[in-house]
Design a protein around this ligand. Structure first.
Ligand code: ADP
Ligand code: MG
Length: 347
């Protein structure tokens, strides 16, 4: 950090002064925001839409490490992970609230960095910051974001409504965020042992970027709208493909066949996985934080997705009481478990 950088103690501003300063650069973009920040509550209104609400809580030391996560990226990601949940309902995010708890270790300038990231995400995804809460904590930073979205009543998509025979699809590629984290952890370890060694992450821009600055798949929701697709079920991938497939299967009361060779994995992930002596498929299955969308569509809609480079069909849903399985490249069948697959081979 630049030693000449300005450091304003937050105690000199007081709670109201601090909030005022942080939220001043935000503007309102959505018609449904009737009253935004500054009163006891915000007012939102929509005549013909339903609202979707989703919250996440992020705790320093548990969900993020400020040793390698810049505050601006943290603010951005805290918003993105919530928008991803709204898109996973096939809805459009319109408002967010942001609540923080912080110790006096954070200066006004540090918080402005955090809010710069929050603003970047809210501008890019066109959501309004309509409120929040600010309080102190003894040690770490806590940040909670709530996102609100709009969806027509006939269009929201649940986890529980997949049907037998539906195609299982995923957006983007998987495993990158997890491998980005492996590089960051490795460089942190090296730095802790010898602070004079500069981190070597230059060749890992894609993977580290996927970990530090994820995006939410608004483009996929737009694609559904344009092509008149309403998925039969959907979930966003925050914990790894296996775990999310199991949620869809459990909540829909179905099994599924997943084909290892179909799982979209980038070249960067394959190369990096070998560097860390990891199996690329395992990184996709158990890695997490990719924030891609996992969804099912009726077989009749196959034509609508087959040529889109952002969507890959990776399997299909099977009958009630069938297990969720992965068929490996070698043709073996393994039952999926949340951490990947069960290595216990079927006879
Ligand atoms: P109250 O005492 O009624 O809870 P606050 O003083 O906490 O009100 O908040 C004043 C206004 O500032 C409210 O509109 C609130 O939503 C907003 N606000 C408070 N903290 C934050 C924050 N961290 N980010 C964005 N808005 C905030
Ligand atoms: Mg308050």
């Amino acid at each position: 950090m630049n030693e000449e950088q300005k450091r304003t103690d937050i105690n000199t501003l007081g709670e109201f002064g601090l909030i005022k300063q942080l939220i001043a650069p935000f503007t309102i973009k959505n018609a449904s925001t009737v009253v935004g920040n500054g009163d006891d509550g915000a007012v939102i209104y929509s005549r013909d839409k339903q609202f979707v609400v989703s919250t996440d809580l992020l705790i320093e030391g548990i969900h993020f490490d400020l040793m390698y996560v810049p505050l601006r990226h943290l603010g951005y990601k805290a918003v993105i992970v919530n928008l991803s949940d709204i898109y996973a309902m096939n809805a459009r995010p319109t408002q967010i609230t942001v609540s923080i708890a912080l110790s006096n270790r954070f200066s006004l300038e540090a918080l402005e960095e955090l809010y710069a990231g929050i603003r970047l995400a809210s501008e890019k995804y066109e959501v309004d910051l309509i409120g929040g809460d600010t309080t102190s904590s003894q040690k770490g930073l806590v940040i909670s974001v709530t996102a609100i979205g709009e969806v027509s009543p006939e269009k929201y998509v649940l986890r529980s409504t997949a049907r037998e025979g539906d195609l299982l699809c995923v957006s983007g590629d998987l495993g990158a965020a997890y491998l980005g984290l492996q590089f960051l952890e490795r460089e942190k370890k090296i730095f802790m042992e010898n602070p004079n060694i500069k981190p070597d992450l230059e060749n890992q821009a894609y993977l580290v970027g996927r970990q530090l600055k994820p995006e939410a798949r608004r483009d996929i929701i737009t694609y559904f709208e344009k092509n008149e697709i309403i998925p039969t079920s959907m979930i966003d991938i925050s914990d790894g493909l296996s775990s999310e497939i199991l949620h869809l299967c459990d909540q829909s009361g179905l099994g599924c066949n997943l084909y290892e060779e179909k799982i979209p994995i980038s070249e960067e992930v394959r190369t990096a996985a070998y560097t860390f002596n990891l199996d690329p498929t395992m990184c996709a299955l158990s890695g997490g934080e990719d924030y891609e969308l996992l969804f099912t569509i009726p077989q009749e809609d196959y034509e609508k997705v087959k040529d889109d480079i952002n969507i890959t069909v990776i399997g299909y849903m099977t009958a009630l009481h069938e297990p969720a399985v992965i068929i490996t490249k070698g043709g073996n069948v393994h039952e999926l478990i949340a951490q990947g697959w069960n290595a216990f081979r079927k006879p």
